[in-house]
Design a protein around this ligand. Structure first.
Ligand code: URA
Length: 227
């Protein structure tokens, strides 16, 4: 369900966070380390990560962005939504999914009984690609550690990959969306489900029906892992 313990420690260590733990942890000592990290340092870890993102110059998108777009929402959310990259509105406002697609995403969430405040919303890329072009592999690679750290800190019960580009990059596949949706995938040990991009809600009834099916499937997976 959540990111496994070893991966989580690895991401925290990559952030320069020292986690005190015996090399062969007993269940009790692992639990102690986990509680320490969760309770005492959670906010510090978020703050550090946010600062790292804000100051990032790992790829050329740093030259053209207005600002970085870190992510928004409940840091302890069960649901983590991961989109592709900020668009123009997101770049201007510094928050993911705030344009028209964002309003539709809010509607999609509402359809399954979730509010925007309940979930956490992030993108694979923290900076807008010029003219909203598709992310380059090098950009996804450069930004990936930030996303992995967000996953490690949130420890969601389910991840929704929003749209084809996010799905293909997160799952490292070129398979079309039609082959990827309706399946419970895994990302770092967390169930991952693909949902159509909210823009699909604006298209034909068939596309709308598919988006609705995706959401129902996501809810089903969530219920099966939390029951
Ligand atoms: N589309 C995305 O994938 N992410 C955003 O933040 C906005 C639109």
């Amino acid at each position: 369900m959540a990111v496994d313990h070893a991966s989580r420690l690895q991401y925290l260590e990559a952030m320069g966070i020292q986690v005190w733990e015996s090399r062969q942890p007993s269940p009790a000592s692992a639990a102690t380390a986990s509680v320490t990290v969760d309770n005492d340092h959670h906010q510090d870890l978020w703050h550090t990560l946010q600062q790292q993102v804000a100051g990032c110059h790992a790829c050329a998108l740093a030259e053209t962005r207005t600002q970085t777009v870190f992510g928004v929402g409940n840091q302890q959310a069960d649901w983590l939504l991961i989109g592709e990259a900020p668009g123009q509105n997101e770049d201007l406002q510094g928050e993911p999914f705030v344009g028209k697609a964002g309003q539709l995403l809010n509607e999609m969430l509402r359809a399954i009984g979730l509010s925007r405040q309940q979930v956490y919303i992030a993108n694979m890329l923290k900076c807008r690609p010029p003219n909203n072009r598709d992310p380059l592999v090098a950009e996804v690679t450069a930004c990936n550690a930030f996303l992995q750290q967000q996953i490690a800190l949130i420890r969601p019960k389910i991840i929704l990959a929003v749209g084809r580009i996010a799905a293909q990059n997160l799952l490292n596949t070129q398979q079309p969306l039609s082959r990827l949706r309706g399946i419970q995938h895994q990302l770092q040990g967390t169930p991952l489900v693909i949902v159509h991009h909210p823009a699909y809600l604006l298209r034909s009834l068939t596309e709308k029906a598919k988006a609705w099916e995706d959401l129902q499937f996501a809810l089903h997976v969530y219920q099966s892992v939390t029951d």
